[in-house]
Ligand binder design. Structure first.
Ligand SMILES: [Zn+2]
Ligand SMILES: [Zn+2]
Length: 264
């Protein structure tokens, strides 16, 4: 089985200390490629350094909504310039997080729109973080899409079905995390049933949100296989079919990543 972990944070504590081991275990589990996601532009160098070190690691550049107030001066020009590097294949993660509200909502929204502009100008996908912010996320996506197309990815999908539906309408892909495997996540599984096979991705969001049976432990890319298997069950296909579909979708969306021979 060949799987892509479309969202992890390899520079974070819990993964960075033993990255060679983390990557070896991922490869042993069939995880052929990992996308390490930026959360602070001022720490982007560290994210990029890891992507440069490993052939099967790529990265994105951006400011997480938690950190939006910390990085008010990041411009679309900055993001576009940093995205020129061949290992940078996406913009983000950016978006709205009203669960923690770690940055004021207006600065989250302003940063989100800056990232959208960078995604539009580069043609690279935008990795969107949205938590407890369905209506505002969807409204910004729809409004910005009318100004000019870009490629949205709703990562770690854990919102109400409404956001998936409105996202799908503007061309978004939807990525499922370990939350899909949690006992109380029937609503997420129901939403996943609605998402067409050609719009689905899987991710770990490691070191967070380890899937069952590793729930509570530090997550790592190897565990994405558990989420993939659950998604296959939800969609009533084999794990192999789901691995093929999600890998195909990943390379269709992140088309700056050179497509390896194993992609179906
Ligand atoms: Zn996120
Ligand atoms: Zn993340």
């Amino acid at each position: 089985m060949n799987v892509v972990d479309s969202h992890c944070h390899l520079d974070y504590p819990g993964l960075a200390e033993d990255l060679a081991g983390v990557i070896a275990r991922a490869e042993g589990a069939g995880v052929r490629l990992m996308l390490s996601i930026g959360t602070r532009v001022k720490k982007f160098d560290q994210v990029l350094a890891l992507a440069e070190q490993y052939e099967n690691v790529f990265c994105t550049v951006g400011t997480h909504p938690h950190n939006a107030a910390e990085e008010p001066d990041v411009t679309a020009d900055d993001l576009v310039r940093l995205a020129q590097h061949p290992k940078v294949v996406g913009i983000g993660e950016a978006g709205l997080d009203y669960h923690y509200d770690l940055s004021p909502r207006d600065s989250q929204a302003r940063s989100f729109r800056v990232h959208i502009e960078a995604a539009r100008r580069t043609g690279l996908p935008l990795v969107i973080h949205s938590r407890n912010a369905e209506a505002d996320t969807a409204a910004i996506l729809e409004e910005e899409m009318r100004k000019g197309a870009f490629k949205p990815l709703l990562h770690c999908f854990s919102s109400k079905a409404e956001l998936a539906r409105r996202g799908l309408k503007v061309g978004a892909y939807v990525s499922l995390s370990g939350i899909l495997t949690y006992k109380n996540a029937e609503d997420i599984r129901e939403t996943a049933r609605e998402v067409p096979m050609d719009r689905l991705l899987v991710e770990t969001d490691a070191p967070y949100l380890a899937p069952v049976p590793y729930r509570g432990k530090s997550n790592e890319p190897a565990f994405v296989v558990k989420t993939l298997e659950k998604l296959a069950e939800v969609k009533a296909v084999t794990a192999e079919e789901m691995a093929n579909a999600t890998s195909r979708n990943f390379f269709a969306l992140f088309d700056k990543v050179p497509k390896p021979g194993w992609v179906p």
